[in-house]
Design a protein around this ligand. Structure first.
Ligand SMILES: [Zn+2]
Length: 138
């Protein structure tokens, strides 16, 4: 790993999964990530509840899948926002190598997040009108 300030952290897919499990446990729904722009912490469960596609998880801010959110760049106030990792200003700090391709990905939430918020359902997901039954791994 490079030591320069701007270097992105790179994981193989297996390493990334191992790190997520180490931090948050085996249940991928509980894995949590930080939007690089608005710093909103989102669990995989929240993305699923907001009906984000697989490719949007830990890649786009969950705000993109809600009815309302703040603007990513130049917006003010708390997140979530409408940031996308595939936009003009890709800021995702983690690179995950999946089948030879690099997937820019959000950074992990702090390890203490899940411990401190064991059953938190984000306000964002609630706003989206999601229910636990709608959540699938697909
Ligand atoms: Zn955001």
């Amino acid at each position: 790993m490079s030591t320069t300030k701007t270097a992105k952290k790179r994981y193989t897919h297996a390493e990334w999964i191992a790190e997520a499990e180490r931090r948050f446990g085996k249940d991928a729904m509980n894995w949590a990530f930080i939007c690089p722009i608005c710093k909103h912490i989102t669990k995989v469960r929240d993305w699923k509840q907001a009906k984000a596609p697989e490719g949007g998880v830990a890649f786009n801010c969950v705000g993109r899948y809600l009815h309302e959110c703040r603007v990513a760049f130049g917006g003010e106030g708390p997140g979530p926002c409408n940031y996308t990792g595939g936009g003009l200003f890709p800021m995702n700090p983690i690179e995950v190598e999946i089948e030879g391709k690099i997937r820019p990905t959000f950074d992990f939430a702090p390890e203490t997040y899940i411990t401190n918020n064991p059953s938190e359902m984000s306000a964002a997901a609630l706003e989206a009108g999601a229910t636990e039954e709608e959540v699938t791994l697909g």
